[in-house]
Design a protein around this ligand. Structure first.
Ligand code: NAD
Length: 497
């Protein structure tokens, strides 16, 4: 049995504001020497530069991942991978505040939220540590002539290319690296160009934990350069992608060269259905934060709010009051509830939807504009926004905005609500608020989405699968079936007579 390497000391290179990327166990710059900047979206200040990796760097990282997969890493027993994952989880505990601050300053999520994501990250690492020693095939009785024993083996799929967005860099990284390490795969991860810093910090933790060189590689760069090169690479066995549906489609096309396996966690336009019998005191804040948390930059944002007609006006009034009371500012302040949008580009995108809502005839109940008072002017802040009198065909009711915008849509009957809720190309998540247990069961069956939350929202657990229906993607993260995404099943026959 090989013993996992003893932990090495942190050796993260911090050269002024420049951070290197991590390939084959070493901190390196892009072969081209190019760099790119990353900004704090709350202040507009450049906080660091990182290498702008491209095809050549992806080539080196994939080669390192292949060498590790074929070499030392293949000799790690499940128990050793378990010990390594538990050690990584302990280091995440130790560095959790630093990790949380890194996400907050790089992409704006309020520190109260980044700190609270602990179970989604550390719980996930420990869950997969447990799973590492539970992988097994089956002995299967066959009907072949003679005596032949048949059984299956579960084998790691190989080199995994992981491409992640900016809206939850820590969780997105660990939801890819954790199952890869549990199953014995190696990884080349490309963070978003908008938020590359925490994945580099995570590389440092992997290093500190003693993950062998080449097992986890982080290549920073743009989607068009590094991302596309990874998706196309003939030496990559699987791509696991979280991001927009349009990019997911281009990744599927790019995967055709070697027919690599692909799993996709994509966008959404999730419905929240509030029935007249709901407990409104509880439903108002949960429905509001289903969108406003992380300023709407959440794949599962419940951005289509269906409210039963008899309570519609009261509910919208209370929702607007709640939205106006939210504390907006730099997420590094623990009192902040709503932070900035990640970039100027995202700000422009959200602004275009605010204009479209007004132009298409929706009624602006609250919000609807960029915030420019005092220090907010330097960042990308948008007021939490509620539109009423929205119809199903308006752009704000059909397209993913990825900003703090709720579109309220009244309904009369539950059948009508379900039909309209399902009338979308997406199927990521849904919320239902009711006190009636039969309604809860009926709606959770009829809604075509990968997650349905009743009288709650955002509940995510390492043991429960998460993923999309329809154009929200395929494959699941979380739960036992997550590991199947990283495994091949081999049938073996041995003649014994
Ligand atoms: P995006 O699709 O623009 O980018 C995601 C990643 O893909 C980035 O790393 C980017 O550099 C890379 N990329 C871009 N073009 C590429 C290409 N041609 N080939 C390979 N890689 C490429 O998404 P985003 O704006 O960073 O994130 C927002 C989107 O992510 C939203 O649509 C949101 O719903 C979705 N998302 C989904 C989930 C989920 O679990 N379903 C979670 C978070 C975010």
């Amino acid at each position: 049995m090989t013993i996992a390497q003893a932990p090495v000391a942190l050796r993260r290179p911090i050269d002024g504001r420049h951070r290197k990327m991590f390939v084959d166990g070493a901190w390196v710059d892009a072969r081209s020497g190019r760099i790119m900047e990353t900004r704090n979206p709350a202040t507009g200040a450049v906080i660091a530069t990182v290498p702008r990796g491209d095809r050549q760097d992806v080539e080196l990282a994939v080669a390192a991942a292949r060498r590790a997969f074929d070499g030392p890493w293949s000799r790690y027993k499940p128990y050793e991978r378990q010990v390594l994952l538990l050690r990584i989880a302990d280091l995440f505990e130790k560095h959790w505040e630093e990790i949380s601050r890194s996400d907050t300053t790089d992409m704006g999520m309020p520190i109260v939220r980044t700190l609270a994501n602990r179970n989604r990250v550390i719980g996930m690492l420990r869950y997969y540590a447990g799973m590492a020693t539970s992988l097994h095939g089956e002995t299967i009785e066959n009907s072949l002539p003679g005596e032949i024993v048949s059984f299956t083996r579960k084998e790691p799929v190989g080199v995994v290319g992981a491409i992640i967005p900016w809206n939850a860099p820590t969780a997105a990284s660990i939801w890819k690296i954790g199952p890869a390490l549990a199953t014995g795969c190696t990884v080349v991860l490309k963070p978003s160009e908008e938020a590359p810093l925490t994945p580099l910090l995570i590389a440092d933790i992997m290093n500190e934990a003693g993950v062998p060189p080449g097992v986890v590689n982080i290549v920073t760069g743009t989607g068009a350069e590094a991302g596309a090169a990874l998706a196309e690479h003939m030496g990559v066995d699987k791509i696991v992608f979280t991001g927009s549906t349009a990019t997911g489609q281009s990744i599927v096309r790019a995967s055709a060269g070697n027919l690599k396996r692909v799993s996709l966690e994509l966008g959404g336009k999730s419905p929240v259905i509030v029935c007249a019998d709901a407990d409104l005191d509880k439903a108002v804040p949960v429905a509001a934060m289903s969108v406003f948390a992380n300023s709407g930059q959440i794949c599962i944002a419940g951005s289509r709010l269906f409210v039963e007609c008899s309570i519609h006006d009261e509910f919208i009034e209370r929702l607007a009051t709640y939205a106006k009371g939210l504390r907006i500012g730099d997420g590094i302040d623990p009192a902040t509830e709503i932070g900035p949008l990640v970039s100027e580009k995202q700000l422009q995108r959200v602004a275009s939807y605010l204009e479209a809502g007004a132009a298409e005839g929706a009624t602006l109940v609250t919000g609807g504009q960029r915030l420019m008072e005092g220090a907010l002017a330097a960042g990308n802040f948008v007021a939490p926004t509620v539109f009423a009198d929205v119809s199903d065909d308006m752009r704000i009711a059909r397209e993913e905005i990825f900003g703090p915008v709720i579109s309220a849509l009244p309904f009369d009957t539950l059948d009508e609500a379900v039909e309209r809720a399902n009338n979308t190309p997406y199927g990521l998540a849904a919320g239902v608020f009711t006190r009636n247990v039969a309604t809860a069961h009926q709606l959770s069956r009829k809604i075509r989405a990968g997650s349905v939350w009743v009288n709650t929202y955002h509940a995510i657990d390492p043991a429960v699968p998460f993923g999309g229906y329809k154009m929200s993607g395929y494959g699941r993260e979380g739960g036992a079936e997550h590991l199947d995404e990283y495994l091949n099943t081999k049938g073996v026959f041995i003649k014994i007579d």
